[in-house]
Design a protein around this ligand. Sequence first.
Ligand SMILES: Nc1ncnc2c1ncn2[C@@H]1O[C@H](COP(=O)(O)OP(=O)(O)O)[C@@H](O)[C@H]1O
Ligand SMILES: O=C(OP(=O)(O)O)[C@H](O)COP(=O)(O)O
Length: 410
Amino acid sequence: MSESTATSTFDTLDDLPPEQRVLVRLDLNSPIVDGEPQDNRRFERHAKTVRELAEAGHRVVLLAHQGRPGRDDFVSLSGHAEILASHLGRDVGFVADTYGTTAIDAIEGLGGGEILLLENTRMCDDELPEEDPETKAETEFVRALAPHFDAYVNDAYSAAHRSHASLVGFPLVLPAYAGRVMETEYEANTAIAAKEFDGRVTMVVGGTKATDVIDVMNNLGTTVDDFLLGGIAGELFLRAAGHPVGFDLDPDADLYDSQWEANHAVVEAMLDECGDQITLATDLAYEDEDGERAEIDVDAIEEKDVSFLDVGTDTAEGYADVVRDSEAVFVKGALGVFEDERFSVGTVTVLEAIAETDCFSVVGGGDTSRAIGMYGMDEANFGHVSIAGGAYIRALTGQPLAGVEALKRD
Ligand SMILES: Nc1ncnc2c1ncn2[C@@H]1O[C@H](COP(=O)(O)OP(=O)(O)O)[C@@H](O)[C@H]1O
Ligand SMILES: O=C(OP(=O)(O)O)[C@H](O)COP(=O)(O)O
């Protein structure tokens, strides 16, 4: 089994000299409700890195982004500082500035073990355009902040697919280290590209972003033995296999039709060329006239006149059997609308099967991983629950991540 470990790839916090002024990039990008950030796994995970640095007596200055300019989720990080403080049990100072004099004064006033969060990096013009690291290192943002620090720590694996100043500029001008989240996410998420498994490798594919997962499947055919399909992608594959499903019933909804247009040629080719690796649902679940969960065999569907919201119980149990026989299982996307308990059977049956066995497992995607806590499963029973979505998908297909590449030891 060949493996690229974080410690063989990066300098880590274990290599950091004492009493440093440390600039730390986190990914605190969160759902925003009524203008307020919602607590989530990202805070809990990053708190571990921040606590370790503060307890070691370093002066800790945090950089993070929230949302995208022009969107409702593009807000200040002041609320994020409070949530992070609640996870740390320590004060987290905040300044509504990133590299101006207010920020620099606050940085210079920091004592050992103290923590300061700077304002949303995407409020700086230099942050966002995707440019190469050398260009980003030349920006005013990087040039103004870097001289106030001894070291840069990148903990933001889930944002590392972006070539933004705070992710790729600083590691060129400061000694750079991987934080604890970066280390664990890197090892788990690159495993499928870097590891060789002797036994069966299974990937559970569902959710709504069919275009993303179909691309992943198309790139992983030689690594993955069995793809178990559900969600929107599953229905698109059933359509390609000749079943009268996989289109939008409501013309205003856009879950199926445009993704079918974009992907049907690839899906048809995959069924042709590697159909024996792809398992499709044999039954599906829907809401009946009484509001109850009902199921139908796929072969009995003559016409789609209801929305299919989960795989059926037989399919779920068949998928769980495959999982129990696997050496490694990777999950991307839920098999049904698990947020509604009636349609959680597919997702929960498969996740519980993973939790019961000692296979190597990674559950990725911010939405899908929420099912673990929601249905009382213990995160400790999974190999890794990733806080990354886009970065996880790219890592699964072996694509390099700009922020990770910039951080690698020379
Ligand atoms: N048949 C379906 N119809 C509508 N939504 C579905 C269906 N199956 C799964 N989903 C939804 O997919 C979501 C998770 O997938 P997605 O957002 O693509 O992935 P991620 O976990 O990467 O954020 C869940 O919130 C679930 O409700
Ligand atoms: O939340 C993130 O990505 P994700 O939703 O793919 O996990 C990252 O913070 C990147 O954010 P972006 O997709 O606005 O660049």
